[in-house]
Design a protein around this ligand. Structure first.
Ligand code: NAD
Ligand code: MG
Length: 339
């Protein structure tokens, strides 16, 4: 085995349509709780796949008309959970514990509690009855793509995990669910609630949402403070990021390096690690530790219980950053070319 190859130690099981047995859902009703990004996509895909579905929404939920217009039956979360054998919890993560409290008594032994993210189970915010299955099918895309791909006979890659197998066929149930929403067309990767939760939180904090916005803002500030125009700084540090990311998405780092000039390639290869250096790497390890030992989860739960005081401030500060004002103006100049 060569270092860096996709070897045994790092290879996860991947499932496709042929691995799934849809008949597992033939005599099971699925309740989808929530009709947001994931909820609407799962519910509609399940229904179009011939699965018996109902949507669970509060009496005063704004989403009720949309679900009805899409031809779906709507009930309260408790009624839906009562009637269903598989209950897919697709309300926001922060409200899932309260929703679980309200449906817990409506679950029967052998029912399946199905999630699209592991946070509440992994960090003990939901302690499910040992008599129910606890599964995860998590598409690796926002809901509108899960729906669009399904309609275009394409799939959306996803993750699958079983936390609790009360019936002995929890894995089959999850795989059938993954097939019915279109994920096994593309491939479904076996994982655990712990691995999904920890990698998801680390990725969004260190690289995707946190790391990349800090990199953009600090690059922008460095140029502006050195006397360059805000417009130039915006183009260089934010706008062009999309071109680079598109290339990496299409063909990995190699396609990006191949596409940029030799000067950009040499400059990037020599200076990248100077900017994101060993210290940044140690910070990443600390971020990961706070995810693994539950520090981040406790902080986020407490922040919500307190009414989100620092979150609200941080959001405002981000909105007020100079790069947002320049960006809004510049994007407005380009809008004439669209549509
Ligand atoms: P969302 O915010 O888009 O939708 C939530 C829906 O829940 C709302 O439309 C509403 O119908 C309902 N709802 C909102 N507040 C409620 C309350 N207080 N009580 C009861 N119902 C309420 O949520 P989402 O982004 O679809 O996330 C659902 C799950 O899917 C989460 O576990 C999330 O981590 C996971 N997930 C999301 C994505 C994504 O791209 N959005 C991707 C993978 C997994
Ligand atoms: Mg994520």
């Amino acid at each position: 085995m060569t270092a860096g190859t996709h070897d045994e130690a790092t290879t996860a099981e991947i499932y496709y349509d042929a691995d799934a047995d849809r008949t597992v859902l033939d005599d099971r009703t699925v309740a989808v709780l929530g009709y947001g990004s994931q909820g609407h996509a799962h519910a509609r895909n399940l229904a179009d796949s011939g699965v018996d579905v109902l949507v669970g929404l509060r009496e005063d939920s704004d989403s009720r008309p949309a679900a009805r217009e899409d031809g779906l039956e709507v009930a309260t979360p408790t009624e839906a959970a009562e009637r269903a054998d598989v209950v897919s919890v697709l309300v926001p993560d922060t409200v899932q514990p309260a929703v679980h409290d309200s449906i817990e008594s409506a679950l029967s032994p052998g029912d399946t509690l199905q999630f699209a993210h592991g946070f509440n189970i992994h960090y003990g915010q939901i302690e499910p009855d040992p008599a129910v299955n606890v599964t995860m099918v998590a598409p690796k895309s926002p809901g509108h793509l899960v729906r669009r791909n399904y309609e275009n006979d394409q799939g959306t890659p996803g993750l699958l995990a079983v936390y609790q197998d009360a019936t002995g066929d929890a894995h089959h149930v999850a795989l059938a669910y993954a097939e019915a929403i279109g994920c096994t067309r593309a491939g479904v990767v076996e994982t655990t609630f712990r691995e999904e939760t920890e990698t998801d939180l680390f990725g969004e904090q260190a690289v995707l949402c946190g790391g990349v916005t800090s990199l953009v803002k600090q690059g922008y500030e460095t140029l502006v403070e050195a006397g360059y125009s805000r417009e130039m700084a915006y183009f260089e540090c934010l706008n062009e990021l999309k071109l680079i990311v598109d290339l990496m998405y299409e063909g990995g780092l190699g396609e990006m390096w191949d596409s940029v000039s030799d000067t950009a390639e040499y400059g990037g290869l020599t200076r990248g690690d100077e900017v994101v250096d060993d210290h940044a790497r140690q910070n990443m390890e600390q971020v990961l530790e706070a995810v693994q030992d539950g520090t981040f989860a406790r902080e986020w739960i407490a922040e919500n219980q307190a009414g989100r005081p620092s979150f609200t401030q941080l959001r405002q500060a981000e909105t007020d950053h100079d790069i947002e004002a320049v960006g809004e103006y510049l994007r407005g100049l380009f809008a004439w070319g669209e549509e």
